[in-house]
Design a protein around this ligand. Structure first.
Ligand code: SF4
Length: 351
């Protein structure tokens, strides 16, 4: 028995059952792998089922409007991935719907990096390549007791080569999923249930006594904090929203944002200087949202205007219409506050 056989035997009995498992359809595998990069497996399942119901094949996704794709992606975050998904679907549809059958070609498509390419190629086409995500890096660094920082490119290459050696000629996809399952259920970050592990007789870190200290990974820089005032501009039962033109959250709907935390008086000045008359300004509360490199620290204000005119281009939506366009998760708390307060007849802090 070697590591590969031992793990596949364990996987045959213990594999986790998900909606996206058991298919060889590269389209479905691709959608699930892109979703799984950013979301816990259990949470991704619902999104996966709904997405495939709406876009059952690459042609339906290619023909969709970008706003429909973004709406279907709402809540998953990392909207560049949804946009790349759409771009790649168009490319594949133009080629008659055929996905490349190897990782090298898959990586030429928008949004498909080495991990996703290896996952699709191994699961759909049995290409013996390790799909090096956090789970595989952790399990392999423990199996071979790799004590160097796994952020270093040469260490990452070494882990990949060790992973490659573990891949069987057949069932490469199962081997990747077995390593992922082991990493998600037994060989966990910061802890390892080695007594239950099918690989404990092979594992050097376990034999050395401190597997939970691996992998070594230098801490990333904390995200940059940005203070934002979120103005829920409303008038005559409608609320103002605008589409982002900035790279972050491009094309998604947000409420009126001002970079800086400002108080009610400054908001009044800000709007008057843009020929807009606020009738009332009420501070509703605060919220924060963490992106990969940024942290939005938001203060949220309800601002009633005399008429539906706004400082920038956008749309005025009624409450039911608010559920139509795609909003990022960062707007979840302001959205809840808007829905809760919009029907109130008068606002506090009249100025
Ligand atoms: S023996 Fe422990 S550390 Fe080694 S792979 Fe198994 S769970 Fe991870």
């Amino acid at each position: 028995m070697n590591i590969t056989k031992a793990l596949l035997t364990w996987y045959d009995v213990n594999k986790r059952s998900f909606a996206f498992r058991g298919t060889k359809d590269p389209y479905a595998i691709w959608i699930s792998e892109i979703m799984l990069q950013q979301t816990r497996t259990e949470s991704a399942e619902g999104y996966y089922i709904r997405f495939l119901r709406q876009f059952p094949d690459v042609f339906s996704l290619a023909q969709a409007q970008e706003q429909q794709v973004l709406k279907a992606w709402e809540g998953l975050g990392y909207y560049t991935r949804a946009r790349n998904l759409h771009k790649t679907a168009k490319i594949i549809a133009q080629r008659g719907g055929e996905f490349p059958d190897n990782a090298q070609e898959l990586q030429t498509l928008p949004g498909i990096g080495p991990y996703t390419a290896a996952a699709i190629a191994s699961i759909a086409y049995d290409q013996p390549l390790p799909a090096m995500d956090g789970n595989l890096s952790r399990v392999i660094s423990r199996l071979y007791d790799i004590r160097e920082d796994i952020a270093i490119p040469s260490v990452r290459r070494r882990l990949f080569e060790l992973g490659e050696q573990l891949m069987p000629k057949q069932r490469a996809g199962d081997m990747n999923q077995a390593l992922m399952d082991l990493g998600a259920t037994i060989c966990l970050p910061g802890t390892a249930d080695c007594g239950r592990c099918p690989l404990n007789s092979f594992c050097i870190a376990y034999q050395e006594g401190e597997p939970e200290r691996l992998p070594v990974l230098t801490k990333k820089k904390p995200p940059k904090e940005i203070n934002l005032s979120v103005l829920l501009l409303h008038s005559e039962g409608r609320i103002f929203v605008t589409r982002r033109s900035e790279a972050l959250l491009h094309g998604l709907c947000v409420f009126y944002l001002i970079e800086h935390i400002i108080d009610e008086r400054d908001i009044n000045k800000h709007l008057l200087s843009r020929h807009i008359t606020p009738l009332s300004i009420e501070k509703l509360g605060t919220a924060r949202h963490v992106f990969t490199h940024r942290l939005w620290q938001m203060t949220i204000y309800l601002v009633e205007l005399a008429a539906p005119s706004a400082p920038i281009k956008g749309e005025w939506l009624s409450l039911p219409q608010l559920s139509e366009p795609p909003f990022p998760t960062a707007m979840r708390v302001p959205m809840e506050m808007a829905v809760r307060h919009l029907s109130r007849p008068a606002s506090a802090n009249r100025i």
